[in-house]
Design a protein around this ligand. Structure first.
Ligand SMILES: CC(C)(COP(=O)(O)OP(=O)(O)OC[C@H]1O[C@@H](n2cnc3c(N)ncnc32)[C@H](O)[C@@H]1OP(=O)(O)O)[C@@H](O)C(=O)NCCC(=O)NCCSC(=O)C[C@H](O)C(=O)O
Ligand code: MG
Length: 295
């Protein structure tokens, strides 16, 4: 039997949006140390630029080597005038993943999956969804289980609009929705990336929001400007002290196991096999980050 694909095997600490209409930014991304790029044809592209942007993006994807960065294309929804044309043009570039905005139900994903199934060039393309509507968040578990699903991206701007909530540094109005999506993502083995921090010159605010997202369990943060990349990469990478502790936990547990015991104690805290699994996961993540840095 085939082993299930581990969508979280590669890092997604920094996921940068680039408007598909901005040629200079599309080229700049080749030199930025991001883990993934979302090439955007939706909200970052003005209506009058939609057609040009999709052709510019298809050409750029065909001609440009983005190295180890994961490449995700956000198309417009199929309930707009542009969604189907976006897919028709972008499919030829064999995108790794298509990101569908404003998804409300698993049926939205199935519609896209059927259209991908119908084209040989998108046989390997996975689906990511923007989680940004109240209905979508309430249906997160069914959406996560839909065909070809590989990742969730939180759309906190749209969610704030829909909730009519105010910006708060602690993101209290968002936490229920973010938590529902994280539960669904983890239940179905998906990547989960946190929403953007709009004030792209406020490093302190960004760092605090990244730390909150990391504490909650997100894999990384979506970003809107290159100046945000270093902070997200640092906050979502395992720290030196976390790695040292993980190594000590594994060693202590192995030594305890050799003595026939199922529990070790490190720094006054118990270490059981589940903690060892987390420690191994952390070391694997650090290795994956090193591997893409070396490419
Ligand atoms: C926010 C910006 C409009 C600022 O643009 P600009 O004033 O041009 O920035 P700079 O002059 O500081 O740019 C310096 C250089 O960096 C390049 N650049 C800028 N932004 C990007 C980027 N995103 N990716 C790659 N490169 C970028 C510039 O080209 C300059 O390069 P160079 O001249 O060679 O030095 C702008 O940053 C921007 O448009 N950001 C993206 C906005 C966006 O994508 N928005 C949509 C996604 S957010 C969203 O929709 C979330 C979700 O749906 C929700 O609901 O929450
Ligand atoms: Mg949005």
């Amino acid at each position: 039997m085939d082993r299930p694909v581990d969508h979280r095997a590669r890092p997604y600490r920094s996921v940068l949006y680039i408007p598909g209409s901005k040629e200079r930014a599309l080229h700049k991304a080749q030199s930025l140390p991001v883990d993934a790029i979302i090439f955007d044809l939706e909200d970052a592209v003005a209506v009058e630029e939609k057609a040009n942007a999709r052709h510019l993006l298809a050409r750029t994807l065909a001609e440009t080597d983005y190295g180890p960065r994961a490449k995700i294309v956000r198309i417009n929804g199929f309930d707009t005038d542009w969604g189907q044309a976006d897919l028709d043009v972008i499919a030829a570039a064999r995108p790794e993943a298509i990101l569908l905005p404003k998804v409300n139900t698993a049926a939205d994903v199935e519609t896209l999956a059927d259209r991908l199934d119908a084209r040989p060039e998108t046989a390997e393309t996975t689906i990511w969804t923007m989680m940004e509507t109240p209905l979508g968040m309430l249906n997160a578990a069914q959406i996560a289980a839909a065909p070809r699903m590989a990742g969730f991206v939180m759309g906190t701007n749209d969610l704030a609009k829909e909730l009519d909530s105010r910006f708060r540094p602690d993101r209290l109005p968002m936490l229920t929705g973010l938590g529902l999506c994280l539960l669904a993502a983890r239940a179905h083995g998906l990547v989960a990336v946190d929403g953007v921090y709009n004030a792209f010159k406020d490093d302190e605010g960004l760092e605090a929001e990244c730390a909150q997202g990391r504490d909650m369990g997100f894999d990384g943060k979506t970003l809107i400007h290159p100046a945000q990349v270093a902070i997200a990469n640092a906050v979502f990478a395992p720290s030196d002290s976390e790695l040292a502790l993980a190594s000590r936990q594994i060693l202590a547990f192995e030594q305890a196991a050799a003595r026939g015991q199922g529990v070790a104690v490190v720094d006054g805290k118990i270490v059981e096999n589940l903690h060892v699994a987390t420690a191994r996961q952390l070391l694997a993540k650090a290795e994956a980050i090193q591997a893409i840095a070396a490419e």
